[in-house]
Design a protein around this ligand. Structure first.
Ligand SMILES: Cc1cc2nc3c(=O)[nH]c(=O)nc-3n(C[C@H](O)[C@H](O)[C@H](O)COP(=O)(O)OP(=O)(O)OC[C@H]3O[C@@H](n4cnc5c(N)ncnc54)[C@H](O)[C@@H]3O)c2cc1C
Length: 578
């Protein structure tokens, strides 16, 4: 196939990814008067996890953020301490302190952009909830003069000396090779839920930002920490959907194949009477979900699962609760339309990946180790530590989105316009052409490689891990990288995107496995059956990865303490060896 004419674009700030982080960064950068372009490999805003999120924001705004979805703390200090306790101290304390201090103002400011749904988000908004955050920010960014460009797949960051100079890629809507030269670049590409067979993330979460950053020579941190959402549908014949953000489900009971309410074995309830999850266990589900997910998978692992899953019993939920909110009505209607009546029989559920908590190393200005290159949102690491409180990821998009936008704009205002890239674009075109020209026969399909990665990661690197499984995953991923990935083919430019996604997934999966192998303890969302305890003597350390596709190097550094010393009690019920 033939390429159309090259497109060369110059800008001050280039933002890769148009989820909550990318849009908030665009708004902030534009406030400084610089030229801002946001690109997305999908449709602007629409393919993001922010859009499909539950819309829950955590910030110390009692009386304003009313929600039963997550705990709202009275002060930033309470929020900060809760996030550290939950993150089991792997959080960068400066990043989480900044988040909790700035969250209230950033949430209130959303009104200026036309976001009206953050008050009682849970009860009154359209579905999916996150649309209430994305659509107004998209419109506001456009109104300010940001250019929003869909369908562009960046394959490589380009450098000029030791600073970033933009990216190369192709446009799947126009079949044009693209060179985007920028004084500053912000990575806002979100996470990598897609590396797991079971996930409730959008199909665009293929770890592209981790891969772009790693290949540019940056370090990533805490990549072993992957959060799994408990109530992801596993009903044969029904789609895999996250079912958590709905009033009716607060009253659901998890049962194993024998009908036993097994959660009580893993998490002693505060009171026996069955009421909502919050009343029973003393906190909303979203503030303890890593422990619930582990309990569910442990039941299946112990042979007490039903069809490889557990049962979520909603049969006792009164009709008025099903009618109480839009999400419950929607959930029930979708199930009924698919021929499943949740008021009559329990539904199969099993966890799925929802969020990557590690990522690119940044400071509180969202600067990376490369001049002019910034990262924020789920692609960046350090805010959440080993586990994430409900609402902290969306608030991260607005706090750190704004910070990345501001500092990228300030950098761009004093930087020279880059002039590089033409020769690299020619090299890339040759490489893309080689993939496009390969015959299907004897080559590897990107889709088949993606499937292998997903299955392997779910089977061996899910909520329960051990050394043998991790080593097996490590070897098989290395084999795929060496033998299969270089032989991928694509019949069209649109399908070429899948090839780059499969490469990103493969690299991201290898970073997760290398880090999970290194962490010989359990902490937060990372649970090792062969090291079922939190080892504060040896592992109050963060794990960093760097290198290249042939050699992934892991190093560790002691956690950075500001003023908060680790408590020797684990919120996740782990034995702590202090
Ligand atoms: C079902 C679900 C419910 C959730 N609910 C909540 C909640 O209620 N509260 C909370 O705090 N958190 C929640 N989370 C987590 C939270 O939504 C995400 O962590 C957050 O939205 C990430 O925002 P982001 O902007 O960093 O990434 P995203 O919103 O995922 O946006 C990333 C964007 O980058 C684009 N992109 C990716 N790769 C490329 C590339 N190579 N080139 C160009 N563009 C690219 C994608 O298409 C996408 O548009 C939820 C997550 C899920 C999956």
């Amino acid at each position: 196939m033939g390429w159309k004419a090259d497109q060369v674009v110059d800008t001050d700030v280039l933002i890769i990814g148009s989820g909550g982080t990318g849009l908030r960064a665009a708004i902030e950068a534009r406030r400084y008067g610089v030229k801002v372009i946001v690109i997305d490999k999908g449709v602007i805003g629409m393919n993001s996890n922010t859009r499909y999120s539950g819309g829950g924001l955590k910030a110390a705004l009692p009386g304003i953020l009313e929600t039963r979805y997550t705990t709202i703390y009275s002060t930033p200090e309470e929020h900060f301490q809760a996030a550290l306790l939950h993150g089991e101290y792997l959080n960068d304390q400066e990043l989480i302190e900044t988040l909790t201090l700035e969250a209230p103002a950033r949430v209130l400011e959303l009104q200026e952009f036309g976001v009206t749904t953050f008050r009682a988000m849970y009860y009154h908004v359209q579905y999916p909830h996150g649309t209430g955050l994305v659509a107004p920010q998209m419109a506001y960014a456009k109104k300010l003069g940001c250019s929003l460009r869909p369908g562009i797949v960046p394959t490589q960051l380009i450098m000029e000396g030791d600073r970033v100079a933009g990216c190369l890629g192709f446009n799947t809507h126009t079949d044009r090779p693209v060179l985007m030269r920028a004084k500053a670049v912000i990575l806002a590409t979100g996470g990598a839920g897609e590396i797991y067979e079971r996930n409730d993330t959008t199909a665009t979460t293929t770890g592209d930002g981790y891969s772009l950053a790693f290949q540019a020579g940056l370090q990533l941190r805490d990549m072993e920490i992957v959060q799994f959402e408990p109530y992801v549908q596993a009903e044969p014949g029904l789609p895999m959907l996250d079912r958590h953000e709905c009033e009716a489900e607060f009253f659901g009971i998890l049962r194993n194949k024998d009908g036993e309410e097994f959660l009580k074995k893993y998490m002693p309830p505060r009171q026996e009477a069955v009421d909502s999850f919050e009343k029973q266990f003393g906190m909303p589900l979203t503030d303890i979900r890593e422990r619930v997910a582990r309990a569910m998978v442990s039941e299946v692992h112990a042979g007490r699962g039903d069809n490889g899953a557990v049962l979520f019993d909603l049969t006792h939920v009164p009709a008025e609760v099903w009618d109480a909110d839009i999400a419950s009505q929607y959930t029930k209607a979708v199930l009924m339309r698919n021929g499943f009546d949740p008021t009559k029989k329990p539904i199969h559920v099993l966890p799925g990946a929802i969020c990557n908590l590690g990522g690119v190393v940044i400071n509180a200005h969202c600067e990376t180790a490369i001049a002019g290159l910034y990262a924020a949102g789920e692609v960046a690491g350090g805010v959440h530590g080993a586990a994430r409180l409900g609402g902290d990821a969306l608030v991260e998009t607005i706090v750190y989105g704004a910070r990345a936008g501001k500092h990228a704009a300030l950098y761009a205002m004093q930087a020279q316009a880059p002039r590089t890239g033409g020769a690299q674009l020619e090299d890339s075109k040759r490489e893309w052409q080689e993939v496009l020209g390969r015959p299907a026969e004897g080559s590897c399909a990107a889709d088949a490689i993606k499937k292998k990665i997903k299955k392997l990661m779910w089977d061996k690197v899910g909520p329960l891990r051990d050394g043998a499984g991790l080593r097996l995953a490590n070897d098989e991923l290395a084999r795929l990288a060496e033998h299969d990935a270089p032989r991928m083919y694509a019949p069209t430019v649109r399908r070429l995107r899948e090839v780059y996604e499969a490469r990103s997934m493969l690299l991201t999966a290898r970073l997760v496995v290398a880090s999970a192998l290194a962490r010989t303890e359990s902490r937060g969302a990372h649970y090792r059956l062969d090291y079922p305890f939190r080892d504060d003597r040896n592992w109050l350390r963060n794990i960093f990865v760097h290198g290249n596709e042939r050699e992934i190097v892991t190093t560790t550094r002691p956690i950075r303490l500001l003023r908060h010393k680790p408590s020797p009690v684990s919120k996740f019920g782990l034995e702590v060896r202090a």
